[in-house]
Design a binder for this molecule. Structure first.
Ligand code: AMP
Ligand code: GLY
Length: 425
């Protein structure tokens, strides 16, 4: 099979790494890819939302499967675009069409969907600029802290959590006034859920699904979960507090009703579903849906996947997921992200990266590129170092030992990934 993978992060390097293990793979292209994917596949310099160029490349190279990594091309309708092209009958596409991707593209849509299908989530109200006063009145019915979400995609920055009613009212006005551009022309006001966050991943062919396990992500830049939000500074899979009883609740109350809900709504969804959940006193609630895998969660989920990924994708695309033998590794996998100094604010790129002999870990490139034969930094999140372990400590010990073998100017990382989970084991 000739495959085109869209994206250029650690997630895509991990997906590429897993696909490379499949005897079903003939040739893998990654657009645009990074220095890590360049080592194992062929990078092609095409942007992930440049649909006409992507389509011409698919036609020219005889691509049989397209795997979409990030959300932007999905929300912008890459599947719909390729399906409408008469040249691509039988092309296998992993990732939902526009009608499914709106689960991530509109928080209001996602809330309505959950309400319609009785999926547990926080109470909410969506308001437009003409409804500021209704919004403020709804805020007054809630207890602090207050949660405000821009309806549309806002590069992970569209959620505000405010401690006072006064601040929340002011932010609501600013958001509806265009603080996040078009993304906040509608704002979802939500009840605050307390608890511990956990992500659960599934893949569906529109009828059946397979659960790829759980992961915990460390979003803040600073140790002890302090400072600004990032794309994710590390991850652990599986999550020890997600015991059998909790996992059963997640499947029965959330995963199954979501897949059935999509079908009932006439949405033909083929791809990953990322459930961002809150474990509130042992009960799972949906905080958000994403229509792709997480990053850095993919860097701990893909190593644990024992099933051939190309076969899994093939079955997903052709509606045969129920026939796939599906298996996850029982071991723990941990990852620690190396980031550029200054990230998530201003940081420099182009720093040379040296990687000495790494043993007992997998090095996934994120923001890296090849420049004059050298690997240099090309983003805020640079490299994820993933390791298996019998326990979380064991995995992390390998990740932290191997981090010492990777050098670049301004290398930063959190030293406390997984610490909060160690008591649960
Ligand atoms: P989201 O982009 O929807 O994942 O929200 C970003 C972050 O805000 C989440 O990862 C949570 O930490 C937090 N958050 C979002 N919604 C809520 C909520 N209803 N209650 C508590 N925390 C929330
Ligand atoms: N790590 C969170 C995400 O991929 O959205």
């Amino acid at each position: 099979m000739n495959v085109l993978l869209l994206g250029n992060g650690g997630r895509e390097h991990a997906l590429a790494w897993k696909m490379l293990q499949s005897p079903e793979l003939n040739k893998l292209y990654v657009a645009p890819g990074n220095a890590g994917t360049a080592q194992i596949a062929e990078n092609v310099n095409i942007g992930v939302t440049d649909f006409p160029t992507i389509a011409d490349f698919i036609a020219a190279q005889g691509i049989e499967m397209v795997v979409v990594g990030p959300e932007d091309p999905l929300v912008e309708g890459v599947r719909d675009y390729l399906e409408a092209d008469g040249r691509f009958k039988g092309l296998k596409i992993i990732g939902p069409g526009k009608a499914g991707a709106i689960l991530e593209g509109s928080k209001d849509f996602a809330k309505e969907f959950m309400q319609r299908h009785h999926i547990p989530t926080a109470a909410y109200r969506t308001v437009t600029p003409a409804q500021v006063e209704e919004g403020k009145a709804f805020l007054r019915t809630l207890k602090p802290p207050y949660v405000l979400k821009a309806d549309g995609l806002a590069a992970g920055k569209g959620v505000l959590i405010l401690n006072s009613l006064e601040e929340a009212e002011k932010e609501l006005e600013e958001m509806l006034g265009g603080k996040f551009g078009k993304a906040s022309s509608r704002v979802v006001i939500e009840e605050f859920l307390s608890g511990i966050e956990i992500s659960v991943f599934a893949i569906t062919d529109g009828k059946d699904y397979k659960i790829l396990g759980s992961a915990k992500d460390y979003k803040r830049i600073g140790e002890g979960d302090t400072g600004l939000n990032t794309g994710g500074m590390g991850a652990v899979s599986p999550v020890p507090f997600a015991d059998e009883a909790f996992n059963r609740k997640v499947e029965e109350r959330i995963v199954r009703p979501t897949i059935e809900g999509l079908r009932k709504d006439g949405i033909d969804y083929k791809g990953f579903v990322f459930f961002g959940l809150m474990n509130s006193g042992g009960d799972p609630f949906v905080i958000e849906y994403n229509v792709r895998m997480g990053d850095p969660e993919t860097e701990v989920v893909m190593p644990r996947l024992k099933t051939d990924l190309i076969r899994l994708f093939d079955a997903t695309a052709t509606g045969n997921l129920s026939e796939v033998m599906f298996e996850m590794d029982e071991r723990v996998c941990t990852t620690v992200m190396l980031v550029a100094q200054g990230y998530p604010e201003k940081y420099e790129k182009g720093k040379e990266i040296e990687i000495a002999q790494v043993e007992g870990s997998i090095v996934f490139h994120a923001g890296t590129k090849l420049s004059e034969g050298k690997v240099v930094t090309n983003g805020g999140r640079v490299i994820a170092v993933s390791s298996f372990g019998k326990t979380i400590e064991d995995g992390l010990q390998h990740s932290y030992a191997n981090i010492e073998k990777i050098t670049f100017e301004g290398k930063c990382f959190r030293r406390d990934i997984g610490k909060d989970l160690m008591d649960w084991q």
